[in-house]
Design a protein around this ligand. Structure first.
Ligand SMILES: [Zn+2]
Length: 178
């Protein structure tokens, strides 16, 4: 991926320094681009939103900031369990941990959509296409923000094509070594 940049920050939970790559695909994505962009960079972007502190496991779009209560949420048993769950790829765990924090602090709707978007991807890749489709349609009915809506439309196309490939996560892993 082109335009790889790095972000140096200090974890707001444990105070350790962290360095994260910022993929070029995370450059501004307007809603108009969603249908014309290739699937992989777009879907990589959703995973690239969330980064994991290598020291304490704090997962956030910006680990340099922590809302009140985040340090406690990171210690929750279900958080620690999710962080290294073998049921999901590492990027999915990072993403789900972030949603646990959001939930614990009183989830805004945005986090719930993002969480459901990930669930659709997991269901599709597991070959549970009917459930994935039902879930994707349900997210769209909730009138999510443009990025999530674009991803759901893409998911429905992939589901219709019975495409179970995990290429996006692979792409995300290559471009975003979390
Ligand atoms: Zn940390």
């Amino acid at each position: 991926m082109t335009g790889l940049r790095f972000l140096n920050t200090t974890c707001a939970v444990c105070g350790e320094p962290c360095r994260f790559s910022i993929p070029g695909a995370a450059a501004p994505i307007g809603s108009r681009d969603l249908d014309t962009r290739p699937a992989e960079p777009l879907r990589s972007t959703i995973y690239a939103w969330v980064r994991r502190c290598p020291s304490c496991g704090y997962c956030s779009p910006d680990p340099g900031r922590a809302p009140d209560g985040a340090a406690d949420a990171v210690k929750l048993p279900r958080y620690r369990e999710q962080l290294d769950s073998r049921r999901f790829p590492r990027v999915a765990n990072t993403f789900l941990c972030w949603s646990i924090i959001q939930e614990d602090l009183g989830a805004p709707a945005h986090a719930a959509w993002a969480d459901e978007a990930l669930l659709v991807d997991i269901l599709r890749r597991a070959g549970r296409l009917r459930e994935a489709r039902t879930e994707a349609l349900r997210v769209l009915e909730g009138d999510p923000d443009p990025l999530i809506a674009g991803i759901m439309r893409l998911q429905i196309r992939l589901i219709t094509a019975s495409d179970r490939a995990a290429h996006t996560v692979a792409e995300a892993r290559r471009s975003v070594p979390l």
